[in-house]
Design a protein around this ligand. Structure first.
Ligand code: GLN
Length: 309
């Protein structure tokens, strides 16, 4: 598949990494979680993992960072694999057009979050995984360890504690949904699993490899099927329409791929049938997406012509 590329991939990744530090000045590192605020804004890494098992990278692509909401792509997949469409009785699948931590829409819509990637929706997904498995975080970690082949992959306890100590808004969202009967487990338990999920530490190379099942239409690293082609399509569709929050339209316009961002500055993007891209640049735009990361993905798909369109 990759032989058809018009450009040398390594050269392109190196050019993108060289241009990245200049982009960081347009954004700002997340500071509402104090443990994230200490990261230097101009750091950058980018990895491409291909369906045939190769990993290309540039910059700090092996440097671990806090994946934050990028983890929500994986919890949605794990939850959908177990529940199928029944999951969508409790959470929608339309773009929110609102910030990821907005409370107001949740009241209008009676405690049913607009999609699985805004914080409220991700809390419902974790709650569902908790009910199904008894250990949502453990289930996610085991999946990521298996897909990356990194047995030590784990969450950063300092970041998780920092999120919990400053997590009033997430607690408010969770309590609000509980008041509508849309959380089955105790709020504190759901939040604990959610904060640990967000505090997972992974590199671009790890993330790109972990996401490959979405590029392989549901096939995991060991050749087994997490779910079928049609569920992989559905997860990729929600990534495209909702994965970068209220900037999903702009992301689709510029990058043309399904993608999931996190406030740690990571973005995972899927090239169905070809591979996965992961980028990291901590400075964020107003929607909470990495400025250098979006620019890098935009450059990559523009230069290669690889997008879903
Ligand atoms: N842990 C962060 C939060 O709950 C994740 C948000 C994000 O990455 N967009 O606010």
């Amino acid at each position: 598949v990759l032989a058809s590329t018009p450009v040398d991939l390594q050269t392109l990744l190196d050019e993108i990494a060289a241009a990245a530090p200049a982009q960081a000045a347009r954004g700002k590192v997340a500071d509402y979680i104090p443990a994230l605020a200490a990261v230097a804004p101009e750091r950058f890494g980018m990895a491409l993992a291909t369906v045939d098992g190769q990993v290309y990278g540039s910059g700090e692509f092996r440097e671990p960072f806090s994946v934050q909401s990028v983890s929500k792509a994986f919890t949605l997949a794990l939850s959908l694999a177990r529940e199928g469409d029944a999951l969508f009785n409790r959470v929608g699948r339309e773009p929110s057009g609102n910030p990821f931590n907005s409370l107001v829409q949740l009241e209008y819509e009676h405690g049913i979050p607009r999609n699985p990637f805004i914080n409220a929706g991700a809390l419902v997904v974790v709650d569902q995984l908790l009910t199904a498995t008894g250990d949502a975080f453990g289930e996610l970690r085991a999946f990521l360890r298996a897909e990356t082949g990194e047995p030590a992959l784990d969450c950063d306890a300092v970041v998780a504690r920092s999120e919990a100590e400053h997590g009033h808004r997430n607690a408010a969202l969770a309590h609000f949904m509980a008041s509508y009967g849309n959380l089955k487990n105790p709020v504190e338990v759901v939040l604990d699993h959610y904060f640990r999920q967000c505090a997972l530490t992974m590199s671009c190379a790890d993330l790109a490899r972990a996401g490959l099942f979405l590029a392989r239409h549901g096939v995991r690293a060991d050749g087994s099927q997490l779910f079928g082609r049609s569920e992989a399509k559905r997860v990729n569709a929600i990534l495209l329409t909702c994965g970068t929050y209220d900037a999903a339209g702009d992301f689709a316009y510029r990058v043309g791929l399904p993608g999931k961002s996190g406030v740690g500055g990571g973005i995972l993007s899927v090239l169905p049938g070809r591979g996965c891209l992961a980028v990291w640049g901590p400075a964020l735009d107003r929607s909470g997406n990495s400025v250098a990361g979006v620019h890098a993905l935009d450059t990559f798909t523009t230069r290669t012509g690889w997008s879903v369109f």
